[in-house]
Design a binder for this molecule. Structure first.
Ligand code: MIG
Length: 717
């Protein structure tokens, strides 16, 4: 064991010979200390147990099921393609090994730097124990000490590096569906948005744009004018965002396959031959994204897309998902032939059935192919959680190089470290009310892991959505940095205009209001780049007491807002817990209404057309008027809503929205200021180096409930 001091509050402990995951950044100073936790080794696994008192809360673990407080369940870090997120599932697409244990006095953060499987039994088997089981003996453990969970999260973000930043158009509304099969389908969607005047910044392209599911090909038959269409739509501010899968089709004459073989870029089986699995294109090889040369090579393939006008991509199936492999299929077929004409008893029947029913993503597949890391040869199982991360790194490098400006990039599989290269969507959720509230609960854990450009398939991917559910979902998703409505082949169509006139009007209003909020959301994103920390914060991280801890269907956004979306069917409103006095905002294009509410529990009515949220005391919310695309946003006039009891400041961050200048601090800062004067007046100021900004219109409520409308010219500076 070796121990390192990273900072005053962060210690690292290294056991055995761990695979370099690239997650931890920064200097390590070797010190002589022991891990203050007892480790047990058995059967190649390492376990440790943390005591949980009744009051302890456990937060983190990334995109998982369960509550914001993770107690009471088992979770496994092992990137898994499972499209049915039932309550009893333990693994989804992400493997995020960061959690914080907090009681009323102290908080301790834990990061397990290990790319294989890690299991967390958080008070499930034994109520007062958190058991961690690492499936290996070579790993790092990092311990983070702090007075509060927010402090720990901030130091974890220092430890793991700055997040990926999308271009500003990445905060627009995106329409997607697995089922837009042709250019015509895509145009139809584009045109309907135009007709309905619903804002739109991009349409996602699923598998059908490719030729036979081959990465980096464009279907001549279904998308004959791909580039033309991409460029024309882009001029109007609407981008096409194609999917790329991890598996490369095995086919003579297909350049990606041939180059991959020639350059030795594919993962190998036990005999050293490229491993054969089957996914959408049929038989494929998987690029060995853990090799630097392969990352570079695959990243360069994205040039085919950037040359065709593409500026954003989604990387799918990169757990990697496997439909079947040759060995398993062969076993199934042989068993079926043996059974032919027979009279199967129960056991024989179930055994045969399982050979086909459970043929996807079998654990044994991940033991049958290998990665070469230095002079080591490791099964995919041992380094499994690096695969999606490294594919995203590869894409990020390629897109950055070939585009020369920022791109949209989201991945399905993820682990910590990947947050520096891309965002994510939370995978194949369902059109279930429970997944709407799950979406809310996942957000803070993703921020804890360093991921900010995140969102769920709005409306739900699998299953048929009701109009009511889609609208309720939009009322939440308009606040998430990635706002994408996506649904599965064969499900009810799910565009915002697909549910009749009333709901079309409501949905349109929600999307317009999203565009109104973009200056604020984008500013909050840029701030996370500078300082880390949370964008979506559970009430429990900010306020003391049981009520705050229990409010898992509410969320703070930035330091300004509290969200309390409706997440149940047939609701006309909901009870909201206010930890302090707040102003309820009924947010509208013109004349938003403000109502001062006392702390405690309040009933708030909330119709399908409303967009409601709460402004915290002495806080300002900047926004703008809606536009059809992000590129058409007019920032010459800024609007501000505020609750100003004594004094409030907000610093609005903005930049050119597309260059990497923010990495060198090229950011426009606008300081908005309001103060309630002793003599009863209200003073407002705005100072900015933003080239466009001229005027700011404040609408402020003071502590007595009085409204102040003030307009100021922006001071330069
Ligand atoms: O096996 O590309 O999560 O968003 O629509 C399913 C088809 C493959 C899974 C993705 C989903 C996408 C779908 N993909």
């Amino acid at each position: 064991m070796e121990a390192f001091k990273m900072t005053d509050n962060v210690m690292g402990f290294r056991f055995g010979n761990p695979v370099e995951t690239g997650v931890i950044q920064g200097e390590k100073t070797q010190v002589e200390v022991n891990l203050p936790i007892e480790l047990r080794e058995e059967g190649g696994k390492t376990t440790f147990t943390l005591k949980l008192t009744e009051n302890d809360r456990v937060y983190g673990l990334g995109p998982n099921l369960g509550g914001i407080n993770k107690r009471g369940r088992i979770y496994e870090s092992y990137c898994t393609d499972d499209p049915l997120h039932h309550e009893d599932k333990t693994t989804l697409y992400g493997a995020h090994n960061f959690f914080v244990l907090e009681d009323d006095d102290v908080a301790t953060g834990f990061f397990i730097d290990f790319p294989g499987r890690v299991k967390y039994d958080v008070g499930f088997t034994t109520l007062e124990e958190l058991q961690v089981e690492i499936h290996g003996q070579d790993f790092g453990i990092y311990l983070l000490e702090g007075a509060s969970i927010k402090e720990i999260v901030a130091s974890f973000h220092k430890l793991t590096g700055k997040p990926y930043m999308p271009p500003k158009w990445g905060l627009g509304y995106f329409q997607s569906r697995w089922g837009y099969q042709t250019e015509k389908d895509v145009k139809k969607v584009y045109e309907t948005f135009k007709e309905e005047e619903i804002p739109l910044d991009g349409i996602y392209l699923d598998l059908d744009y490719m030729e036979d599911f081959k990465d980096f090909t464009l279907s001549e038959e279904r998308f004959p004018n791909f580039k033309d269409m991409a460029l024309k739509m882009k001029e109007e501010g609407v981008r096409l965002i194609p999917i790329i899968d991890a598996g490369v089709k095995i086919e003579e004459g297909y350049p990606v396959y041939e180059e991959g073989i020639k350059g030795d870029h594919f993962v190998k089986d036990a005999e050293g031959k490229p491993y054969v699995a089957a996914v959408w294109p049929g038989k494929v090889h998987f690029p060995d994204f853990l090799k630097e040369e392969t990352q570079k090579w695959f990243g360069d393939q994205y040039k085919i897309l950037t040359d065709a006008g593409i500026e954003g991509v989604w990387n799918d199936m990169n757990e990697p998902a496997i439909f079947y492999d040759e060995t398993s299929l062969q076993e199934g077929v042989e068993a079926a032939i043996l059974a032919q004409g027979g009279n199967l008893n129960v056991n024989a029947f179930f055994s045969l059935r399982d050979k086909f029913m459970n043929i996807g993503n079998k654990l044994e597949y991940y033991r049958r192919f290998f990665h070469e890391i230095g002079d080591r040869r490791l099964t995919n199982e041992e380094v499994h959680n690096l695969y999606g991360y490294m594919m995203t790194k590869s894409a990020s490098m390629g897109l950055r190089k070939h585009l020369g400006k920022r791109h949209v990039l989201i991945s399905r599989a993820s682990s910590i470290g990947m947050h520096r290269y891309g965002g994510l969507w939370t995978g194949d959720n369902s059109s279930w009310w429970s997944h709407l509230s799950l979406n809310l609960r996942m957000l803070p854990a993703l921020n804890m892991s360093g991921f900010y450009y995140v969102g769920a398939d709005t409306g739900g991917f699998g299953g048929h959505v009701s109009g009511e559910l889609l609208t309720r979902w939009l009322q939440l998703s308009v606040f998430t940095p990635l706002l994408r409505n996506h649904s599965a082949l064969g499900t009810r169509v799910q565009e915002p205009y697909a549910f009749g006139e009333d709901l079309t009007r409501a949905n349109k209003k929600h999307i317009e209001r999203r565009y109104m909020l973009i200056p604020y959301l984008y500013s909050e994103m840029l701030k996370t780049y500078e300082t880390g920390g949370m964008m979506f914060t559970p009430l429990a991280f900010e306020f003391f007491g049981e009520e705050a801890q229990q409010a898992e269907d509410q969320m703070l956004l930035g330091e300004e807002l509290m969200l309390a979306p409706v997440v149940s069917q047939n609701a006309k409103g909901r009870y909201v817990y206010l930890p302090e006095d707040m102003v309820l905002v009924d947010f509208k294009k013109y004349d938003s209404s403000l109502t001062l509410l006392k702390d405690g529990v309040q009933y708030v009515s909330y119709t399908l057309e409303d967009l409601k949220f709460f402004l915290r005391r002495n806080r300002l919310l900047p926004y703008t008027m809606p536009s059809q695309t992000v590129k058409d946003q007019d920032l010459s006039v800024l609007k501000v809503l505020g609750y100003v009891d004594t004094e409030a400041v907000y610093v609005l961050y903005d930049d050119d929205g597309e260059s990497f200048g923010y990495e060198q601090g090229k950011i426009y800062k606008t300081t908005l200021y309001a103060r309630k004067l002793e003599n009863g007046g209200m003073r407002v100021e705005a100072k900015s180096n933003h080239p466009d900004l001229q005027t700011v219109n404040f609408t402020l409520m003071d502590g007595t409930g009085e409204i102040w409308n003030e307009e100021v010219k922006v001071q330069r500076g």
